[in-house]
Design a protein around this ligand. Structure first.
Ligand SMILES: CC(C)(COP(=O)(O)OP(=O)(O)OC[C@H]1O[C@@H](n2cnc3c(N)ncnc32)[C@H](O)[C@@H]1OP(=O)(O)O)[C@@H](O)C(=O)NCCC(=O)NCCS
Length: 175
């Protein structure tokens, strides 16, 4: 089976939208324009997994200031000046492509890009029981968060459990 982790091309978006809809509850889905804006601000940290010519997964990430979260389902065209951390906005695999190592390949590829950009940390909001997956890459749960930060995350994910996780780029390899 031929797996390729590669940059996103304009023709990939219908597959990305389909995989998003297969992976998350309707109320947290982002519009096509919002998804594309993550890629427009940082194409080097947004990738797809292509298996036998079909896009089966994607990861969208971009720099963002540490310990803050970008707005969900909003289009933005510039990054704040102090964007020192890689925020992993979204990672999803088509259900039939899961548990075959492709999530790992997508994460490794984007962490490599973040390290080359000399960002200090990577961060994400782990949802849907994915904490154990992220721990494999050196991410740890950060539970000393300011109340306003927790309230901001809760606005985006009102009905689900979540964890804010971080990882340093220097000296914390994970897998
Ligand atoms: C989370 C997700 C991306 C993982 O992708 P995947 O391709 O299935 O993961 P991989 O096969 O690369 O798994 C790598 C390792 O993590 C483990 N793993 C996978 N999902 C896991 C989970 N939810 N919890 C703990 N470990 C997990 C695998 O068993 C594998 O371990 P191994 O190396 O010992 O075999 C995928 O389940 C998914 O798309 N879920 C729906 C969207 C979602 O919730 N995304 C996370 C948002 S924060």
């Amino acid at each position: 089976m031929k797996l390729l982790i590669r940059s996103i091309r304009p023709e990939d978006w219908s597959a990305i939208e389909r995989i998003q809809a297969e992976s998350y509850p309707r109320e947290v889905l982002e519009s096509l324009e919002a998804l594309q804006s993550h890629w427009r601000v940082s194409g080097d940290t947004c990738v797809v997994a292509e298996l036998e010519g079909q896009v089966v997964g994607y990861l969208l990430a971009h720099p963002w200031p540490k310990r803050t979260i970008p707005p969900l389902n909003k289009v933005y065209s510039v990054l704040p000046d102090d964007s020192d951390s890689l925020f992993i906005h979204d990672l999803a695999l088509s259900p039939t492509a899961r548990r075959s190592g492709m999530g790992r390949d997508l994460v490794r590829s984007v962490l490599q890009a973040g390290a080359l950009m000399r960002l200090t940390t990577a961060s994400l909001i782990a949802v849907q029981g994915s904490e154990g997956f992220w721990k494999r890459f050196g991410f740890t749960v950060c539970d000393t968060l300011a109340d306003d930060f927790v309230a901001a995350v809760r606005c985006f994910y009102p009905a689900s459990d979540f964890s804010y996780m971080e990882r340093c780029f220097i000296g914390q390899g994970g897998e």
